[in-house]
Design a protein around this ligand. Structure first.
Ligand SMILES: [Zn+2]
Length: 222
């Protein structure tokens, strides 16, 4: 069944587990993810990246994702990954996405808060949940390139202010993971994850997890 991101992530938040979010570009990938989610009896998030939207088009991705979600025996959210601007987020909501990310991490704190609030006002009015990003996650994801020297970790106090002012549903934080292929072993800042989690009390999102050792992912989740 198709559900919001909040429905899936609030349960994970309360019961201390994580949920996988996987980029989808075509039917076969969608089928494989749903099959695995059903086999493991796990909720799952299907997400469209900027590259996926460019490749398949919003209509195709939305139709595939919605159909897969409706037929699935587990809860499924259809999510926009790294939404670039207000218009793109609105387009995805119109096509039936149940969760959207507005990535305002290229702006300063006030700018990021402003764009996130604007998206949330509309998204929440129609029952769609919203992810934002604070701090800069390094690496390359489709069109978005952040030089590793420019990647900055999320400041816990800024994160608290951000969540208080925006009322965002879940927050992507920068704690040492990167998008794309890792050149060396990624070092996650577990203390920072703990501090931020204690301050915020909302679900946190870890981007760039492919290539991070299983043990590190497990520790981050715990
Ligand atoms: Zn990402």
């Amino acid at each position: 069944m198709l559900v919001t991101g909040t429905e899936i992530l609030q349960d994970a938040h309360k019961n201390n587990y994580a949920v996988g979010a996987f980029n989808v570009n075509n039917m076969e990938i969608v089928q494989a993810i749903i099959e695995a989610a059903e086999e493991t009896n796990s909720p799952v998030i299907l997400q469209a990246s900027q590259g996926g939207l460019k490749y398949a088009g919003v209509e195709y991705i939305a139709a595939l994702g919605r159909l897969a979600a409706e037929k699935a025996k587990v809860p499924v959210a259809l999510h926009l990954d790294h939404g670039t601007d207000f218009d793109q987020v609105m387009l995805c909501i119109r096509h039936g996405f149940s969760s959207v990310m507005i990535d305002g991490s290229r702006f300063d704190l006030e700018g990021n808060i402003a764009i996130t609030k604007k998206v949330i006002e509309v998204a929440h009015a129609v029952g769609v949940s919203v992810e934002a990003e604070l701090g800069k996650i390094g690496g390359t994801e489709d069109d978005i390139v952040v030089d590793e020297r420019e990647a900055t970790f999320t400041d816990p106090n800024e994160a608290k202010k951000f969540v208080d002012e925006t009322d965002v549903d879940y927050l992507a934080i920068a704690v040492g993971t990167a998008h794309g292929v890792y050149k060396g072993e990624p070092k996650l800042d577990f203390d920072r994850i703990k501090t931020i989690k204690e301050k915020l009390n909302i679900p946190l999102v870890l981007h760039g997890s492919s290539g991070v050792p299983k043990e590190a992912i497990e520790k981050a989740v715990s």
